[in-house]
Design a protein around this ligand. Structure first.
Ligand SMILES: [Zn+2]
Length: 282
């Protein structure tokens, strides 16, 4: 927690020493989530997003890059919802979390659900304004936070298994395993067309609770495989045990991202999105 909330030089150093703190889902995972989401959009939205595919995929990792230069960034990526009671009872309003834990602790324990809520509204505003650059920027970065909320280890104070003898599991599960095995086909069955989300904040909390329910499975698998750590066999077995879980959370994160993009558009009143400028002579 210390390292996640203390940026600057110290944070940079810690990030180098402990790459788990620097990336979530690994770059590959976030690219799969944003890239997959585009194909789940309805015909009114999809062409605009397809046209900006390269940028949306690049932006999928922008918030992690920003952690290195912006001290306010790290808490936006997680919620330690097991602090202060059962995860289901974590305050749904940030003001309530501040009252209960104090302003600093509430911030340090993470703000991902409120970040998702605020950015969905920001995306709707950009769509209303017809601001092409802003729509792409906000949508791309929103996909990152949605992706993070689908990662079990982003919902616990034991975020790197450091409290249970599983240190390093964050990166092993969500980054290294994803680099070693292709997940793009395996996540497909969990992807479905974008659907309107009535309440983005409630959606984010539901997502986080579902993620939290899987923390134990990941830690148990890692504990069982402890003797194999550092070997290729470790990752093969980890994939066997909790690879399907990663595929499911990746696919669902893609669906969630597409659904929040779509929801922002509905909230904006379904405006026509900016068209490419006509070329001269057309
Ligand atoms: Zn992140």
């Amino acid at each position: 927690m210390l390292s996640r909330s203390r940026p600057s030089v110290l944070f940079g150093l810690l990030a180098l020493l402990s790459p788990a703190l620097a990336f979530a889902w690994g770059e590959t995972g976030h690219e799969l989530v944003n890239g997959g989401a585009i194909g789940l959009l309805p015909p009114d939205l999809r062409p605009f997003f397809e046209r900006h595919r390269a940028e949306l995929v690049r932006l999928a990792n922008e918030p992690d890059r920003r952690k290195k230069i912006d001290k306010a960034e790290p808490p936006r990526h997680f919620l330690d919802m097991d602090i202060g009671g059962s995860p289901g009872e974590y305050p749904r309003k940030f003001a309530d979390a501040q009252r209960r834990f104090g302003a600093k602790a509430a911030q340090d324990q993470g703000t991902v659900p409120w970040t998702i809520e605020a950015m969905t509204a920001e995306l709707a505003a950009a769509m209303t304004a017809g601001d092409e650059a802003s729509i792409v920027d906000v949508a791309g970065r929103l996909g990152h936070y949605v992706g993070d909320s689908f990662v079990p280890l982003h919902t616990t104070s034991n975020y790197d298994g450091q409290l249970t003898g599983n240190r390093g599991i964050h990166k092993r599960w969500e980054a290294e395993m994803l680099e070693l095995f292709p997940f793009d086909a395996e996540m497909q069955p969990w992807m479905s067309p974008a659907a309107e989300v009535e309440d983005p904040l409630a959606f984010a909390f539901d997502t986080l609770l579902a993620s939290h329910a899987e923390v134990r499975n990941i830690l148990d698998a890692d504990t069982e495989l402890k003797p194999l750590r550092g070997t290729p066999e470790y990752f093969a077995k980890l994939k066997e045990k909790v690879g399907a879980l990663a595929a499911r959370r990746l696919g669902q994160a893609s669906t969630g991202t597409a659904s929040l993009w779509y929801t922002a558009w509905v909230k904006a009143g379904k405006p026509a999105l900016p068209e490419p400028a006509a070329k001269r002579g057309e």
